[in-house]
Design a protein around this ligand. Structure first.
Ligand code: SF4
Length: 201
């Protein structure tokens, strides 16, 4: 950990379609044993109060709009952490008929935190990493710039859209309601090659 925390981040946690293994570990990181609160981390259920979005599990047709709605309700600057290998890439469910992949198929991801299940220490490390990215986004905002030029959004390809015959790349579907697509530059940041993969395990 080489980042000096400049804020007490509030996090919101959402279980995409995980087996609940990663959810237990995310919540464990907030308990007195691992004590993420020592960094001022507070768990909130209100996206409008949250700085960091912790997502577990892969993304499917049912939760794609939910993930996007939570993300869109959060105010800038905000960061997204994919918690666990399912959230990073789809994991063992990647080739399931209803799974479109990791969280970056729905929204831009700033920090990839692998593990099956993710460890509480990795969750805390990822939150600290996200705080550094939040600081960068805030600096860009204060200078009148676009925070989508920082972090995962800068290289996000728009993810996928749900069409009548299945999922299609957002670029082919005309971007649809994919968040941040207007400011995103199509390239990199795919599930196979995480832009900021953390090898914490
Ligand atoms: S990464 Fe492992 S523990 Fe976490 S949701 Fe996927 S299968 Fe479950």
């Amino acid at each position: 950990m080489d980042h000096k925390m400049s804020r007490s981040p509030w996090v919101i946690h959402y279980d995409g379609s995980s087996c609940n293994g990663c959810d237990i570990e995310v919540l464990a990181s907030l308990t007195p044993l691992f004590d993420a609160e020592r960094f001022g981390v507070v768990n909130t259920g209100n996206p409008k109060h949250a700085d960091i979005f912790l997502v577990t599990g892969s993304v499917n047709a049912q939760n794609l709009p939910v993930v996007r709605q939570i993300y869109n309700q959060m105010l800038e600057p905000k960061c997204v952490v994919a918690c666990g290998i399912c959230a990073c890439s789809g994991g063992v469910f990647r080739d399931a008929y209803n799974v479109i992949g990791g969280v970056d198929r729905a929204i831009p991801v700033d920090v990839y935190a692998p593990g099956c299940a993710i460890r509480p220490e990795t969750v805390i490390d990822a939150i600290v990493e996200a705080c550094g990215i939040l600081d960068q986004k805030e600096a860009v905002l204060r200078a009148g710039g676009d925070p989508l030029t920082v972090g995962g959004a800068a290289t996000w390809d728009g993810g996928v859209e749900l069409g009548e015959s299945g999922f299609v790349a957002a670029a082919e579907a005309g971007a649809g309601d994919a968040p941040a697509a207007d400011g995103a530059v199509a390239a990199g940041g795919t599930s196979d090659e995480p832009a900021a993969a953390k090898e914490a395990e």
